[in-house]
Design a protein around this ligand. Sequence first.
Ligand code: NAP
Length: 368
Amino acid sequence: MAQPGPRAQHRPPQSLSSTLQLALLAVVGLAVVVAVPLFLTSSTLAWFESTPFFGTHTSHSMSSIKNVAVAGGTGALGTPIVEDLIKSGFNVTLLTREGSTSKAPAGVAAVKAVDYKSVESIKAALAGQHAVVSVLGSLAAGEQTPLVDAAAATSSVIRFIPSEFGVNTRKTPGTAIGGILGAKTGLVDHLTAITKTNKTLKWTGISNGHFFDWGLVYGSLGIDAKSKTVTVYDSGNEKFGASNLPYVARAVTKVLQQAGTADDKTANKYIEIAGFTPTQNEIKAALEKISGTEWATAKAKTADVQKDAEAKLAQGDYSVFGALLSVWQFADGAGHAPDLSSPESGNQLLGLEPESIEPALSAWWSKQ
Ligand SMILES: NC(=O)c1ccc[n+]([C@@H]2O[C@H](COP(=O)([O-])OP(=O)(O)OC[C@H]3O[C@@H](n4cnc5c(N)ncnc54)[C@H](OP(=O)(O)O)[C@@H]3O)[C@@H](O)[C@H]2O)c1
């Protein structure tokens, strides 16, 4: 019987070896296809994010911002904002007026005195910063333009939060209260224009309604502890937006945690947030429950308040802001309370849970 030649003898083992090799290649290929993305989404991405190149401007789920400059971080709202940012792991540099005697909150990385009228002075102080939060007081609202221009002149600042933090000034132009808020509106217009051409800088405006805890202390909510009286405008059933100061601070932190990531929902946007949207009657009822006694009501008609305030404003009396604000918030049918469940509300965009009005009322009442 003829023996198979050497080639014929080796054919079957060779063919088995090729099949095995192909199978092995397929297994290895599959493993690479599956494992590499898994590897990239965990440890490798964490490493990329820690590098200076990828760490600043890429879109990923971790915060792009590490260093935050806060202007006016010594004030009523600025202090809780600085505290919340530091607690959340940001490095905070405080910008302060030259010669200011304000006390810096504990834990800031640096305090830099600046000339708010000089873009060059501010730009030098912003070296290495990734975000600027302006919490300058109302009287300084018109002095924020050089701050914006300095932020836009850097290559590192990717987010600017202007000193809004009150009523939604996108809705006030053409109204009496809008006449007083013109500097704020003008600054947001300036930010909108400048960020159309500037590819690095984006902005977020935050309207938070009335400072609730602050308003109890400063009497801007029409609540008088001594006489146990609440001034109730119109029916007292209009909902209005209000937030405690730490809640506003949380919103600022959340904006900066999202900024520059794939989750960034507030770039070049003006958002409305609120800790709660109570009516005046609900506040009065909560006060009666907490204090265990009845409170008196002082009635006010918003039509009269508005007329009187407008007459005074025409004479250049800007002290009527509080009266106009009460009308803006409390007038029947005003409709200025944000809808906290709307997908476009700041609360939803930032994942902020609403609060109850009672803790702030109880804390304030316990000090009376
Ligand atoms: N929604 C509300 O109910 C409500 C109530 C009050 C205020 N707000 C708003 O919240 C924001 C912050 O107000 P705030 O009451 O927290 O501010 P604030 O305490 O009056 O002032 C904040 C900081 O701004 C700096 N500053 C003050 N006057 C200035 C001036 N003329 N020029 C430059 N800097 C000045 C000071 O910092 P340095 O000394 O360190 O320079 C001060 O500590 C403002 O936009 C304001 O309109 C809202």
